[in-house]
Design a protein around this ligand. Structure first.
Ligand code: NAD
Ligand code: MG
Length: 393
């Protein structure tokens, strides 16, 4: 049976991979709406390619350019916040949420509708407002299927038993571009070097998060909300080949793992399937050709963002919301060349410790989460000029 799909973040890295999956399965998947941020021409192109019925650009100023890009296609369009909401509101069986950063939270949350499936790539939604988000999803009967490769693998692995029998769920990290670099060398790394991911090809923010290992920290918090597992039952393992994505160690000593070649189309296809899997014309995993797989512990000394995220998960309350907000501001400043690599973790640490004395409870609504997010961003912004002044890259 045909399933209708709306793609949030259709022009991004995940969005483009999703388009490839849809194009290979047009008989099963029909695109209702596509949403993009600023690039009207790119959104127009993907809307035409997928035969979407509606295209919405978040940036109001791009409305005319989008109309032009779609002229003669019969595809309706709109620009600005209301248009994004219209896209989310339209009837679709599945919404794939792949806007980057906390900007994705409001539209992703608005996509929670009774009986719908949410294919979730935007991990920041869960880090910023996990408890509120999961409670609303459960109240509305929305099935959340994680698109993040590690969580998609864990979802498979966890199906082999029950939650109480899980001793540990482990997500792997490729280690990023600085896995083998010394702390001194990492300290001087530019954003361009940090963006050169050895395995995955991704958007700019997640690339930097992968270099700092904050991405893995955010993913631990994501896993906590998705699978109802506490910090003590979650762990990270560095695995440079990025073949094993997630492992579940059971109480009887058995381990169930999810493996695949590192290509986001694999978890995306899995998130969009029905009872039967979608056949994908992708290279197959050939373990004999790979020969060996290696694993090592994450070095939290060189990658303090991971340890800050773990601490935030243990602390709970609003600290994950604050960590996520501070990280986004710090990553923006790092990408702009204003601060150095280790200033990112320094900003995150300072902002978290500023708020930790106040013991703010975990936000119980998305609005509350976004208010805390704004306050934490402001605190982070204040720290940047002093660090920027001290930085010589
Ligand atoms: P990207 O930067 O390549 O794409 C982001 C998309 O969001 C673009 O379409 C952009 O136009 C859109 N966008 C940005 N701001 C917007 C706004 N305010 N309103 C509407 N649209 C907006 O990012 P990506 O790498 O595709 O990542 C998307 C999400 O998926 C992130 O949350 C990331 O953590 C997660 N994710 C990505 C990967 C990956 O391999 N790229 C893997 C796992 C999880
Ligand atoms: Mg991931």
């Amino acid at each position: 049976m045909t399933r209708s799909l709306t793609i949030l973040g259709a022009t991004g890295s995940i969005g483009r991979s999703t388009a490839d999956v849809v194009l290979a399965h047009r008989d099963e998947l029909r695109v209702e709406a596509v949403v993009g941020g600023r690039d009207a021409a790119a959104l127009g192109k993907v809307a035409r390619q997928l035969g979407a019925r509606f295209a919405a650009l978040a940036d109001e100023r791009g409305g005319e350019a989008l109309r032009q890009a779609l002229s003669g296609s019969g595809i309706e369009s709109g620009a600005g916040e209301a248009a994004v909401l219209e896209a989310v509101e339209r009837d679709a069986d599945i919404v794939l949420a792949a806007i980057s950063g906390t900007a994705g939270l409001a539209p992703t949350h608005a996509a929670l509708k009774p009986g719908r499936r949410l294919a979730l790539a935007n991990k920041e939604s869960l880090v910023c407002a996990g408890s509120a988000f999961m409670a609303d999803a459960s109240r509305l009967g929305v099935a959340i299927i994680p698109v993040d490769s590690e969580h998609n693998a864990l979802e498979h692995a966890l199906a082999a038993g029950s939650n109480r029998d899980v001793e540990k769920a482990v997500i792997t990290a490729s280690g990023g571009p600085f896995r083998t670099w010394s702390r001194e060398r990492i300290a001087k790394a530019t954003a361009k070097e940090a963006s050169a991911h050895p395995v995955w090809s991704m958007g700019s923010k997640i690339n930097i998060d992968s270099a700092t290992l904050m991405n893995k920290g955010l993913e631990l918090i994501e896993a906590h909300h998705l699978f109802d597992l506490g910090a003590e039952r979650l762990d990270v393992l560095v695995h440079p080949e990025a073949i094993v994505h997630g492992l579940v160690q059971w109480c009887d000593g058995a381990v169930t793992a999810g493996l695949a070649l590192p290509d986001m189309k694999v978890p995306i296809a899995n998130a969009l399937r029905d009872e039967t899997r979608l056949t994908m014309d992708l290279p197959r995993l050939d373990l004999a050709a790979i020969g060996r797989l290696s694993f090592e512990r994450a070095d939290e000394g060189r990658f303090p963002c991971l340890s800050l995220a773990k601490a935030a998960l243990r602390a709970g309350g609003a600290i994950p919301t604050i960590l996520n907000a501070a990280n986004e501001i710090a990553v923006e400043a790092y990408m702009a060349g204003r601060i150095a690599f280790y200033d990112v973790s320094e900003i995150v640490e300072k902002v978290c410790s500023t708020f930790s004395g106040r013991s703010i409870a975990a936000p119980s609504t998305v609005t509350e989460a976004l208010d805390i997010d704004q306050e934490a961003r402001q605190t982070a912004r204040i720290l940047i000029p002093a660090l920027a002044g001290a930085t010589r890259l």
